[in-house]
Design a protein around this ligand. Structure first.
Ligand code: TXA
Ligand code: MG
Length: 332
């Protein structure tokens, strides 16, 4: 635990996402405070990325090691392009997929005001232009880059509602803008455009199939699969862990286990499950992604010692879903 973890509890304002709420949220950020806000992927915990003290507070509130860099959020593609050095491949990806669930890791622009602490001292920077209207309104109102990791305590499941944020961070942050459940439900896909081939550092809410097509085959190594790529500093194996243990590819449910289903498959022993939730009855991977973290939290809350997840197809968004399930399953 860092020194700040024991800091006195504070009141966390719950802001509605109207004009007044946006103004208040921007005011808190400008004063160096911490505001959680919805993006189309998951809720982020925002701090002014140009304010070293605010970013330090953010690491402390999350209980996150400061060697794990933060994504800087910008209100427009033009604004984001000014924060990094975009080669041809990076520029094409930015124009094709921003605003949206894509984070690009590029060399930081020397003139960028994003502080070194937000980048964990790296020469590169993770940049994202979210599509969510509330996120964009907040970024426009502040007029500065916002550093925002997922708004959960470090190592917990990412939040897809304001309630999830408060369950982890109430009393540790200044406010949360409540925009209801997020649409995508998985964190952004992270793609590094540094020296050498373009690499997927984290599969996520942007299915990676379209990336190779956008930049052309040369210089694209995403088809080797995310496992072959160098990991983001923060891709610790046990990230996204619920309290319960998670068992993958379950074809039968043992008595007392919580069951996480997908589609119409019904594993043996289901009738003795402690609780059952289906990511998507219709076997729709988009719906499954949107439900994943909320269902993991809900099954965890039943007190079951083990969550048994049936197989999810390894295609499209299923690649990111399986990535998160695998990491939730990694024993701590
Ligand atoms: O959808 C998302 O990406 C959400 C929303 C709020 O934007 N944010 C999010 O942030 O998931 P976080 O901090 O939970 O995950 C960001 C990941 C971390 O694993 C971090 O190591 C990696 O991005 N990252 C950030 N900057 C990087 C850099 N310069 N090089 C490599 N990895 C980087
Ligand atoms: Mg996170």
């Amino acid at each position: 635990m860092t020194a700040g973890m024991g800091a006195a509890r504070q009141r966390t304002e719950r802001l509605s996402p109207d004009a007044g709420g946006i103004v208040r949220a921007a005011e808190i950020l400008r004063a160096g405070g911490l505001v959680a806000f919805p993006t189309e992927t998951v809720y982020g915990l925002g701090a002014d990325a140009t304010d070293r003290a605010a970013v330090l507070r953010l690491y402390e509130a999350k209980g996150r090691p400061a060697f794990n860099p933060l994504i800087a959020h910008l209100p427009s593609t033009e604004a984001a392009l000014a924060e990094g050095r975009f080669d041809d491949r990076a520029a094409r990806l930015a124009r094709a997929f921003w605003p949206g669930p894509l984070t690009l890791v590029v060399p930081a622009a020397p003139e960028s005001p994003i502080c070194d602490l937000a980048r964990s001292g790296l020469d590169s920077v993770g940049l994202r232009v979210p599509a969510h209207a509330i996120a964009r309104a907040l970024l426009v109102a502040l007029g500065r880059p916002v550093a925002a990791p997922s708004a959960n305590r470090s190592g917990h499941v990412s939040p897809t509602t304001a309630e999830h944020v408060l369950a982890d961070l109430a009393g540790r942050i200044d406010a949360v803008l409540d925009g209801g459940p997020t649409a995508v439900g998985l964190e952004s896909t992270i793609v590094a455009c540094l020296d050498g081939p373009v690499r997927v550092l984290r599969p996520g809410g942007l299915a990676i199939d379209g990336i190779g097509a956008t930049i052309g085959a040369p210089g694209w190594h995403g088809d080797e699969g995310p496992e072959s790529a160098p990991l983001s500093p923060g891709r610790l194996a046990s990230h996204y862990a619920p309290r319960a243990r998670v068992r993958l590819g379950a074809n039968r449910i043992e008595p007392g286990e919580a069951a996480l289903l997908f589609g119409s498959f019904r594993p043996a022993g289901l009738e003795d499950a402690r609780a059952v939730l289906n990511l998507s009855e219709a076997a729709d991977l988009w719906e499954a992604a949107a439900n994943l973290f909320a269902h993991l939290r809900a099954l965890d809350a039943t007190g079951a010692a083990l969550i048994a997840a049936v197989p999810v197809p390894e295609e499209g968004l299923g690649i990111a879903i399986n990535d998160r399930l695998r990491r939730a399953a990694t024993a701590r």
